[in-house]
Design a binder for this molecule. Structure first.
Ligand code: HEC
Ligand code: HEC
Length: 235
């Protein structure tokens, strides 16, 4: 799994090449803006065009795409428009490109806002962000998170240093690539189409899912395993 994730750009490009679903021409890398004219800003047609051109290669729906699907409602249950706008303008971690003016990107803040609310209207399932869990990473205890991981996660992901049927999420190279916010989103939203449970779905030893504090703890634990420098990575 992590090898798949590590190769996500390759995957995105292959997806784009293989996709018959996208209305966008596949003559550019995901994220490279289109030069042709688009529909009037803020309309559903505009949102779809912008998304297909700049985002869909990485964030699609179901099993498609390597990054969190944005065409399914799972992500929108906890995420706020403000965090979406921030990710679009500033990027996130090392894998999500910045599209805002400070990075020389094509989107103004007002276009990022229109894209966030347009995507929520199209794919958010009518949901407002939950009050039961934050959409953004919260501080937790790595010590407590270790035992949450061992009881609720390890039967699918293996203990630290090994991998389970769902692939390792403690692999040092994976953790170097994914941000804490990305880990938070993976745990909170899950990916039902891949068999990855959302935070409040049943897991081993957690029949009603995790408490929100346990999400913070398990993310703090995974974050604590991230190598601080490349020299800590052993071939
Ligand atoms: C029932 C099995 C199962 C359980 C339990 C489970 N996961 Fe997963 N998880 C998966 C599957 C399947 C995927 C998707 C793997 C793939 O990318 O193909 C996944 C994906 C992930 C990812 C994202 C990897 C990526 O693609 O970036 C993270 C992070 C993660 N899980 C963490 C956790 C944590 C933390 C727990 C415990 C709180 C947990 N998982 C519990 C099955 C499980
Ligand atoms: C080249 C692949 C790629 C492209 C293109 C891309 N993203 Fe992303 N995006 C990612 C990855 C990977 C992450 C997770 C990075 C991390 O957390 O380390 C991410 C994260 C995000 C997040 C934050 C999710 C969270 O954790 O809250 C949002 C929102 C988002 N992207 C929206 C977009 C939108 C909208 C576009 C198009 C304008 C876009 N992305 C284009 C790969 C991409």
């Amino acid at each position: 799994m992590s090898v798949l994730r590590v190769g996500f750009i390759v995957c995105a490009v292959v997806m784009c090449g293989a996709s018959v679903l996208s209305t966008a021409a596949c003559d550019r890398l995901p994220g490279r803006p289109a030069v042709e004219a688009v529909a009037a800003e803020g309309t559903a047609e505009w949102t779809t065009q912008v998304f297909n051109t700049s985002c869909r290669g990485c964030h699609a729906q179901g099993k498609e795409g390597s990054a969190v699907p944005l065409m399914d409602s799972e992500y929108w249950r906890a995420a706020t428009d403000a965090q979406v706008v921030r990710a679009v303008l500033e990027g996130q971690g090392v894998l999500m490109p910045a599209f805002g003016p400070a990075a020389g990107g094509p989107f103004t803040p007002s276009q990022a806002n229109a894209l966030a609310s347009g995507m929520r209207a199209l794919w958010g399932g009518g949901l407002k962000p939950s009050t039961a869990i934050s959409g953004t990473v919260q501080a937790g205890s790595a010590d407590r998170g270790k035992s949450v991981f061992e009881t609720a996660c390890a039967s699918c992901h293996g203990s630290a240093g090994s991998g389970g049927s769902a692939g390792s999420v403690t692999d040092p190279m994976y953790l170097r690539l994914i941000s804490d916010q990305g880990l938070w989103t993976a745990v909170v939203a899950g990916r039902a189409a891949l068999g990855s449970p959302a935070w409040n779905m049943p897991m081993p030893n957690r029949p009603s899912g995790l408490a929100s504090a346990e999400v913070a703890d398990v993310v703090a634990y995974l974050s604590s395993l991230r190598p601080r420098s490349a020299s800590e990575l052993k071939p």
